[in-house]
Design a protein around this ligand. Structure first.
Ligand code: DSN
Length: 437
């Protein structure tokens, strides 16, 4: 009898097929990448690097890792690449470990304004505990406040400035970050996890001319397996010819053991896919879909952080309906067959657990072949859901809130308005395979 896990995987596949995935950091890999992820490569230990491993039997794995490195180098135009990080968070930590001493100062975008935990979020994270953390923010228009970045940099003299984000709808101005980094002699690190696929396709400026070191996860717009890569730029290598070696040493023995070889093979394939004209078309369509979705949401009366998007993502600001309603709107959207994630807005008056926004993006639906007409329909459904469920306000008391949301979640699954949308969503998604490109 097959293991219960297979039954659960079948259910998960059905869920992914029937629902609309709008989490901007999620995507669907090609059948080729799926195949290598399930291959014999995951049987092998390969601590170390090609031609200098601690374990025997890596003749083939060495070739695969070198292939992945060469392809990524060529794709981004950089001289040094490490494809072994397990994911984005350990990769960022590896960069800090390579370049900083404990207690040195790092600077990153505030989590509540679109930054990432690993960019120095204070108290609860390793990056905010082992290092002095200074956090910059955004202006009233939701764009990065470069006056603040400069003032903080001059005051605190960070060793590293992080230009990166997870919920920021605008293009990153790497040149401005570079100018500020140069004023204080800081390393400039770009975290392009969200936009790597857009960068490759020319839909987002490249950090290569400006940053010293670049980190990217490989599974978001880049549409590869879940993993990460660290790129050293020509500028970074000029500043420190040993930078690549330092990054390698920070990964192993610094932070990790054996690399996940199946993932490495998946990165090699993703890099080849990203070099094709089809991928360029895909990235262009991500942007077109994001613009169409943003405009349609606004037409439906919803507000967006920063009034729109220049990338693949946007954050719906629900404060017009009340404070902290992101959780219940995200629950209700899921009940209606559209899954996203709750998110803080820059002017947040709720909390990270009960924030006032919902973050959405178009990489996954674009991979399924959806275009502008589908975006307009999805916007109608989201607006319908938001207006329907925000009439019920979140209780202020913490305990009452938990009880309310538990009951709300249960009732959402039986709500006739949400069930009707769920049926309509299912009819739409039936026409879009998970991987259409
Ligand atoms: N979890 C990723 C995201 O959703 O943006 C970042 O780590």
């Amino acid at each position: 009898m097959p293991d219960q896990v297979f039954k659960l995987i079948t259910q998960e596949e059905k869920r992914q097929k029937e629902k609309i995935g709008l989490i901007p950091s999620e995507n669907v890999v090609s059948p080729e990448i799926s195949k290598v992820l399930a291959s014999c490569l995951s049987n092998k230990y390969s601590e170390g690097y090609a031609n200098r491993r601690y374990y025997e039997g890596n003749q083939i794995v060495d070739q695969i890792e070198l292939l992945a490195i060469e392809r990524v180098k060529k794709l981004f135009g950089v001289p040094y690449v490490n494809v072994q990080p397990y994911s984005g968070s350990p990769a960022n930590l590896a960069i800090y470990f390579a370049l900083l001493q404990p207690g040195d100062t790092i600077m990153g975008l505030k989590l509540s304004m679109g930054g990432h935990l690993t960019h120095g979020h204070p108290k609860v994270t390793a990056s905010g505990t082992f290092y002095q953390s200074v956090q910059y923010g955004v202006k009233a228009d939701a764009r990065i406040d470069f006056d603040e970045v400069e003032a903080l940099a001059l005051k605190h003299k960070p060793k590293i400035i992080v230009a990166g984000n997870t919920a920021y709808p605008f293009l990153l101005d790497f040149k401005k970050f570079r100018q500020i980094a140069d004023k204080v002699g800081a390393w400039l690190m770009a975290d392009i996890s969200h936009v790597a696929g857009l960068v490759v396709a020319g839909e987002h400026p490249s950090p290569v001319p400006y940053a010293d070191v670049i980190m990217s996860t490989t599974h978001k717009t880049f549409r590869g397996p879940r993993g990460a890569m660290i790129l050293v730029t020509p500028r970074g290598l000029k500043r420190d010819p040993d930078l690549g070696k330092k990054i390698d040493a920070a990964i192993i023995p610094g932070l990790q053991g054996g690399p996940h070889n199946a993932t490495t093979a998946g990165i090699a394939i993703a890099a080849a896919e990203a070099a094709t004209p089809a991928f360029k078309r895909y990235a262009k369509q991500i942007r077109k879909n994001a613009d169409a979705l943003a405009k349609a949401l606004q037409k439906q009366g919803l507000q967006l952080v920063g009034d729109g998007t220049e990338t693949h993502l946007m954050v719906i600001d629900l404060t017009q309906f009340g404070i902290g309603l992101g959780t219940q709107v995200a629950y209700a959207m899921d009940a209606a067959g559209i899954y996203a994630n709750r998110n803080t807005v820059p002017t947040e008056q709720g909390s990270p657990f009960y924030p006032s926004g919902v973050r959405i993006g178009t990489p996954l639906v674009t991979t399924r072949g959806m275009k502008e007409p589908q975006m307009r329909q999805i916007a109608k459904w989201i607006a319908q859901v938001a207006k329907h469920v925000t009439a019920q306000q979140l209780p202020k008391d913490r305990k009452e809130r938990t009880v309310f949301l538990k009951a709300f979640r249960k009732s959402a699954d039986k709500d006739p308005v949400l069930l009707k949308i769920k049926r309509e969503v299912k009819t739409m998604t039936a026409n879009f395979p998970l991987f259409a490109w």
